[in-house]
Ligand binder design. Structure first.
Ligand SMILES: *[C@@H]1O[C@H](CO)[C@@H](O)[C@H](O)[C@H]1NC(C)=O
Ligand SMILES: *[C@@H]1O[C@H](CO)[C@@H](O)[C@H](O)[C@H]1NC(C)=O
Ligand SMILES: *[C@@H]1O[C@H](CO)[C@@H](O)[C@H](O)[C@H]1NC(C)=O
Length: 258
């Protein structure tokens, strides 16, 4: 059994831009904050901040063994380069505050994800740590909702693994004349097609555990992002508004590989 702990905390949904959805600092990777590794992290972050927004993705490394640090930053494929740039800037600043003395650190926002480590993780599928956000409100007709959600997820998951999509799939389904279901999935661009499909399958496979019959849910892994809502949330913003606001709850869920 690999479930280590589930930590529950509740938040009220609001629209402040700069707050991370969550972070992960591996306490087994403590470093001396005045070491060369720490200096390499700073160099790496400067490079990620300056380069990510032009294409929405950078994977790189900084320094030389034994102090080399690998890093990856990626924005959600639908956000503008301006939003991407400010998200990565926030991420680079916050990750150093939240994980000041760890060499394996990760931070999630709605618009971007940033990660670094002394281990070369680039190209490796990673679902070892996940963050789940869900709207506590339940759908009124779970059976038909889950059928439509499953069909939309299948469609955008197969879109996401097409090479020209760069890991992104998104779409909407009309549930009634007044209600649309919106969903978006994205893999980090370093993943192979098969690992991307695998990451998305693991995320969607966890819907029954964390998103069951919920009006909205997000699954955040280091290798992929999955979200659905009954209101428009991806760009270009749909003019047909939904009406599904409520308290959102977040679960940090860590799977330890032993
Ligand atoms: C961290 O590194 C600095 C510079 O090398 C050294 O002076 C300091 O004692 C180290 N601190 C720890 C806790 O190892
Ligand atoms: C949603 O359904 C779950 C499981 O049936 C229930 O525990 C929960 O209280 C419901 N939430 C609301 C807001 O009614
Ligand atoms: C969507 O929301 C905007 C602002 O809240 C409102 O002005 C507009 O009428 C809404 N559109 C629909 C189709 O409900």
């Amino acid at each position: 059994m690999s479930l280590l702990y589930i930590l529950l905390l509740s938040l009220f949904l609001s629209s402040f831009r700069a707050d991370p959805l969550g972070n992960f600092c591996d306490e087994n990777t403590n470093i001396n904050t005045s070491s060369q590794t720490s200096a390499n992290i700073d160099l790496l972050l400067a490079e990620l901040v300056s380069k990510t927004s032009s294409t929405g993705y950078v994977a790189t490394s900084s320094g030389r063994e034994p102090d080399e640090v690998y890093g990856l930053a990626q924005c959600r494929g639908d956000v503008s380069s301006k939003d991407c740039s400010s998200c990565i800037q926030d991420a680079a600043k916050q990750i150093r505050q939240r994980c000041p003395s760890q060499s394996d650190a990760r931070i999630w926002y709605d618009y971007c994800f940033l990660r670094y480590s002394k281990e070369n993780f680039v190209g490796e599928l990673d679902t070892s740590f996940g963050i789940f956000y869900f709207n506590v409100a339940n759908v009124t007709d779970p059976q038909s909702f889950n059928k439509e959600l499953g069909a939309l997820m299948d469609k955008i998951r197969s879109e996401a693994v097409m090479p020209k999509q760069e890991g992104l799939g998104k779409g909407k389904t009309k549930l009634s004349p007044f209600v649309n279901l919106y969903a978006l999935v994205q893999c980090t661009r370093d993943l192979s097609q098969i690992d991307c499909a695998q990451c998305l399958a693991i995320a969607v496979g966890n819907f029954p555990n964390f998103c069951d019959n919920k009006k909205g849910c997000r699954v955040l892994y280091s290798s992929c992002y999955v979200r659905y809502e009954l209101y428009p949330f991806f760009f270009p913003i749909d003019s047909n508004n939904g009406t599904s606001f409520g308290k959102t709850v977040v679960i940090f869920h860590r799977f330890l590989i032993s």
